[in-house]
Design a binder for this molecule. Sequence first.
Ligand code: SF4
Ligand code: SF4
Length: 319
Amino acid sequence: MPESIEIARLIEQKAFDLGFSACGFAPADSFKEFETEYRKWLSSGKAGEMNYLARNVDVRLDPGKLVEGAKTIISLAAGYYFPLPQHTPGNPRISRYALGEDYHQVLKSLGKELLDWIQKEIGPVNGRIFTDSAPVFEREWARRAGIGWIGKNGCLIMPSQGSWFFLAEIVIGSEIRSETMVVPDRCGNCTSCIEACPTRALAGDGSMDPRKCISYLTIEHRSDIPDEFHGQWQDWIFGCDICQDVCPWNNKPKKSSINELQPRPGLSEIDRNFFRNQNASSFGQIFDGTPVVRAGWSGILRNFEFLEKDGSQFYNLIN
Ligand code: SF4
Ligand code: SF4
């Protein structure tokens, strides 16, 4: 494959045609300089019960260990914003990203289409697609590829589209140069996300303590939710969007052009009766193929139980 800025433009255009909202290119350099800091973070215990974060650290730090001869990371962003009704306090809340089809499948399929197109129209190249599916620093890859900057809420933020998007990457064994410029940090003096986070999980430098984050605690954390968080939950039963909702860069979100990512019928706003008389089987049927199944019915019940101690009536409704 010849090295050319024109190739980058063609790939970018194809990515847009497929529904991606952004496409950037970065050299597949190693992240060795992050190793000490990352290992220190792991030792601090902040990974909580996400033991997988401590596995394959060497792979995480070197794209060349994922794809032999890796030269370029094509970073892709896929918007998932669809307008939702205003939340009614007292109704259980599910994070916006989890209301549609599982993004892993959707993005993997779109990424495959793009890679197939590159191999057919541009030239043979070895490549591999990632969608939150391997131990990679995907936000940092996207930052280096000029998609956006990492905000104080820990999300990658695009100046034109805010942060309601998923990331995917294609690591390829050919060099592609582009005119991409790294986007400077535009959080400035804003601290809205830090102040709005009910559990004080955000450190202010783009890092966070997952052990305090509602998103981690309602999904990845399998043990009981610590009592210290009572009174701070704001109806969340799967994930939390507060630090994105308050971000001024999300004031004018663009509607996604990927229909599979839109909320399934009936899930845009669920009311307090939604879970009445449900069980593991009906839960599995309703949420099959969405990210919500990751928590499992037992996890959702645990989350309801936690909210019940704060006075919510959800758990009563399903017993
Ligand atoms: S997702 Fe919610 S709990 Fe987690 S950092 Fe953001 S506001 Fe805080
Ligand atoms: S809310 Fe403000 S500080 Fe937080 S990510 Fe958005 S711009 Fe940055």
